[in-house]
Design a protein around this ligand. Structure first.
Ligand code: KG4
Ligand code: ZN
Length: 337
């Protein structure tokens, strides 16, 4: 395999049908169709809807990705797709489509761990991003802190014991009537809000690297009901900013605990929640204060995308690794397991 393989990458683990063409760690195209509008009608990801929408979108997105990259399918060196974790029905669409294309084109197929994909996202924009690093991965399905000793060598040192951070944003936004997906809604609503208005709980103070967000949800619901009845409810931007601060505080503090524990000097992030403006601001400040280098993907590469799958596949191909066409999806895949 040449040093920089031309890869067609598929990501269909959840709401987005995403397809990209990458050469090595460079994205030549990165297109997606979001099902957010359809899910908004259900107030969240509905598995049956996800699978059908992926089937409808994937063929024309593949053509767009190739056209935008200016390459022909015959030029591809490999095809890659997310193998897991994610929604089984959704994963199966991209994984099967990718395997079929690889078979037809007679090129290697690479199944990629979705979370490893997120670990490679910063590399698409920063050639100098190198392990060892501590990486905060926070999305709708996962919240974990990974010690990346080297490319391909990952240890999860902390994770959520209940809801993921993105899930907390989504559930709370729905409760407050702010819409779906909740992260961007709370992020926008927080503009001009005072994050010190309400001191929501920061859970699991005794566990330095783990998260828990279900208590926050209960606390917000109780607070809003009580103050709504009493007519003492603060303005919505103040409530949103206070919720956001409670989540961000915990994410930043535990990431910094992991930095201290591992002694690394590089911090990175991935997953949709890392698109959050307040989280990015706080991570920049925390890293500046400690003289750490921070590598955050731009917001469009924080959320699920095909380019990160292509980049991770480049790494795997560089180690002469590929995946059998007989392989199946693994919806419960664990990073580093
Ligand atoms: O990585 P991602 O696109 O998909 C999953 O693998 O889950 O992450 C989606 C999650 C959703 O929960 C969404 O609310 C959250 O990321 N998110 C945000 C922001 N943008 C997306 N959370 C907070 N602030 C944002 N700006
Ligand atoms: Zn993701």
């Amino acid at each position: 395999m040449t040093a920089a393989p031309l890869v067609l990458g598929f990501e269909t683990s959840c709401d987005e049908t995403a397809v990209a063409v990458t050469r090595g760690f460079e994205a030549l195209s990165n297109v997606m169709a979001s099902q957010v509008d359809e899910h908004a009608r259900f107030g969240g990801g509905a598995p049956g809807v996800a699978a059908r929408a992926h089937v409808e979108a994937i063929r024309s997105l593949t053509h767009s990705a190739l056209r935008e990259a200016g390459v022909h399918s015959m030029d591809l060196d490999a095809v890659a797709a997310t193998q897991g974790p994610g929604l089984a029905g959704a994963l199966m669409v991209g994984f099967s489509y990718g395997k079929a294309l690889a078979w037809a084109l007679e090129v290697p197929f690479v199944g990629i761990d979705h979370m490893e994909g997120h670990l490679f996202a910063p590399r698409l924009e920063h050639a100098d991003y190198q392990p060892p690093a501590v990486v905060l991965l926070a999305s709708g399905g996962h919240s974990q802190i990974v010690h990346m000793r080297d490319w391909g060598s990952y240890e999860t040192i902390g994770s959520t014991i209940d809801d993921a951070a993105g899930e907390a944003f989504d559930k709370l936004a729905r409760f407050l009537g702010l819409g779906y997906p909740g992260g961007p809604a709370i992020d926008a609503e927080s503009d001009g809000g005072d994050p010190t208005t309400i001191d929501f709980p920061r859970a699991l103070a005794d566990r330095p690297f783990d998260f828990s967000f279900s208590g926050l949800k209960t606390s917000v619901v109780t607070y809003v009901r009580r103050h709504h009845e009493a007519g003492t409810l603060p303005e919505m931007p103040d409530i949103a900013a206070s919720i956001q601060e409670a989540i961000v505080d915990v994410l930043v503090n535990k990431t910094m605990n992991a930095v201290e524990e591992t002694g690394v000097s590089i911090v990175a992030g991935g997953g949709g929640v890392l698109a959050n403006r307040r989280l990015r601001e706080r991570l920049v400040a925390a890293c500046e204060e400690r003289n750490l280098s921070l590598f955050l993907p731009s917001p469009a590469l924080c959320t699920d995308n095909g380019a990160m799958i292509g980049a991770a596949a480049s790494f795997r191909l560089g180690r002469d690794e590929s995946t059998s066409l007989g392989a199946e999806i693994d919806s419960s895949q664990q990073l580093g397991a």
